[in-house]
Design a protein around this ligand. Sequence first.
Ligand code: SF4
Length: 960
Amino acid sequence: MHAPAPKEPAIQLSPSPGDEVKTTTCYMCACRCGIKVWLADGKIRYIQGNPAHPVNQGVLCAKGASGIMQHYSPARLDKPLLRVGERGAGEFREIEWEEALQIATGWLAPIRERNPDELAFFTGRDQSQALTGWWAQQFGTINYAAHGGFCSVNMAAGGLYTFGGSFWEFGEPDWEHTRYLMLWGVAEDHDSNPIKLGLGKLKARGAKIVAVNPVRSGYGAIADEWIGIRPGSDGLFAFALIHELLRMDRIDLDYMVRYANAHWLVLRNPGGADDGLFARDAEGKPLCFDQATGMAADAGAIDISPALVGEYVLADGRKAVPVFQLIAERYLDPQYAPDAVSERCGIPADTIRRIARELAQAAFDSKLTLPIAWTDAWGREHDEMIGRPVSMHAMRGISAHSNGFHSCRALHLLQLLLGAIDAPGSFRYQPPYPKPIPLPNRPGKTRKANGTLDAGPLGYVHGPEDLLVDEHGQPRRIDHAFSWAYPLSAHGMMHTVIRNAWAGDPYRIDTLLMFMANMSWNSAMNTGETMQWLTDRGDDGEYRIPHIIYSDAYSSEMVAYADLVLPDTTYLERFDAISLLDRPISDADGAADAIRHPVFDPATQREGRDVRGFQSVLLDLGARLGLPGMVHADGSPLYRDYADYIVRHERSPGVGLLAGWRLLRQAQDERPIEVHGKGAPNPQQLQRYIDNNGFWREEIPEHARYFKMANRGYLEWAKKLGFVGSTDPIVLQLYSEPLQKFRLAAQGHGERQPPEEHRERVATYFDPLPIWYEPFEHDQTSRDTFPLNAVTQRPMFMYHSWGSQNAWLRQITARNYLYLHPDTGRQYGIGDDDWIEVRSHHGTITVQAKFAGNVQPDTVWSWNAIGKRKGAWRLARDAPEAEKGFLMNHLISDKLPKTNYANADPVTGQAAWFDLRVNIRKLSDATGQAQPQFAPLGFDEASEAPLRYGAALRARAYKR
Ligand code: SF4
């Protein structure tokens, strides 16, 4: 007798999601998680987090899963477009690529011949800056930047000038060991999955999470304590914590001497040209005062007993004090006591005192040590690693203020006093960081004989000599970055480009080339005028910005303002390098980079669709223009496309965009072997990445994972991989000499001094120790007229305007409200769902109000980038995003209320989005439509019927 055949289960519980699976990298936000894209019948069936990927370990968020609808978005552009109507109307005719590239070349070639700076090339949330910045350098224009200037350059520069690293892509909390995490101004769309994974570990272990944010949204909601701080006062709060730690003598002096410059001597010579500079020996080495010998000594020596307080007389008679003396003098001042700052910060003084105690307890009383032997940079051997399990993480909330640079420095000073940078349990560097302070690469400023710039257009200034100013001290860049008004603008100032290009300040440009930056809408301050500048004509009847070339994958609001549109692919149709030269995906235990590769050919996806990856187009244009490095000697293209460039381009010998699977040539008759880090190009490199889930990662040896700035094992490992040039320790800079050099210049010293109109500003804000001051808009507007702060938050389920047009994510929310505390509503006679007018010194909007208890009462807030212009993104004209959604941007001026400076930080030029002050009043005659409204753009409307996807595919899958 035969046993009955097993029955097919009625329901297939684990059907295969598709016919084949490809592993690549997500681009639905900036985290760059690994994804597995399942295909069925050549269409995307399902996107899954890749468990083998180091960034997300299989976790996928709502945005990542909705990548299907990003790829199949009705808003996708299909063909190159040439404007036929008025600029801004969105009327185009489709053209072929050859015509588009000829037009672009026809505009760009004379510029390169005449004056490359007439090209302003600015990119948005570009993950290929290692290419785009290099392309600009080869073109020879100084006018290049990506979006960091309007995002978080305060945080990046604040960190890099202090400890050679930063939060976000440069480092992470020690998720395994931290016992106390402070999140400062962190929204949920950045560092999304990695931080969620980390927070999960902390919650499981019972570590304390404190969220400092005027709005208690996602991460704040799961925090053990929410501190609803008043916007712009984070630095003051940090100073009060520092004051308390100093007062209680709960600081790590040993750490500050071993790894930082607490003992370095600062010259005290008021009025002198050397005042505030470090005392140095004949070789330029910083000095300290050795208590054992009673003499000045090399501050980098280890067999000395350096003084930390007092005033000393050097052999040449000059007076000097240790950095720590200056710190104590400044922050023990009663103006920083908890009682003094409590009202301004909106935090009870007892809470500040308690948080300071808790920080100290977590750092010093928890006795965390890791039994890992290691050797420091001076050769001393240690049996264990002593931990400081306090970590901080911050984002745009602290940095998008006009006092953001110093607030970020204040946070880092707090970390350093606790000995909590790269110690077990604290914030940890991710390779290739730490880097020397300041970073050695300075912004390019002169053109070589072949027309290329002498260095990349962006970089780190070390002193006034590095500024890009003319002989009168006036800006040389169109965005005024690296000028006396914004000297340390390491990421450029994208938010000033359109106004300046329109105004011809400091000169007229010919072509504005932009990529992935919605600059006529949610990426602009002063949105209304920005649209006018883009369309304004001069007396000759021609547009004041003669040519605008724009590349995007979608019919965003900015597309309408282009003369020539170069349609980009979606992230699933392209090669990309997530490079260590750019914004890597390393973690604190290993260096990593990754690629994207096409999961299918764009040509097969929609009839008539003819799009190209912007990076390949850029290389094609470069070849047509004959740019050095992009053509052979005979003028033929050097690179087939971006994939070819990723593999073959070398930035310096052996250093390319990807560090994995490079080649080491052996003796002539032997086959080269594959190596990681430095090595020759490997034709098989991309396939190696594809075979390895799309990424490469190399673990840091266990003994080299902490104290990276002075860990011999780490520095040797980093040098081998090309991250640092030497194994010298990187000394963390509590006191910043480059800032003091600017202040001295403003005080009348040195060859390069600021023009008269900038002197006071530079002297005030270039303080070598962190300072706090009222954000400019708070200071320059009346608190009676504009009593409320207004900020935006980024939802964890959307990433800027990309996410808010996605059919699946729109089902979570398709419009925004202005959220206010119920007490605030009552105070202003406003009820839930009332329509209200919101007014700033700059503009007025009409919006619908919603009560929310998750906000500090004198702050109102809304989600970012949900409001859309009618006609954009091929949404229906009456889509909720356009009818009821709104932008706060209309309220935000690009200039300060009382001066001609940009609404930005005076050190870095970072856009001060969160300085906004408003008043609100109930409207009795509202129409139910958000205001302002603008003429609808001319793109076709897509069907607004429920967008179903995959039903047929699902039926097929269940039958399998
Ligand atoms: S966190 Fe960002 S990168 Fe990761 S899955 Fe979500 S959208 Fe993609």
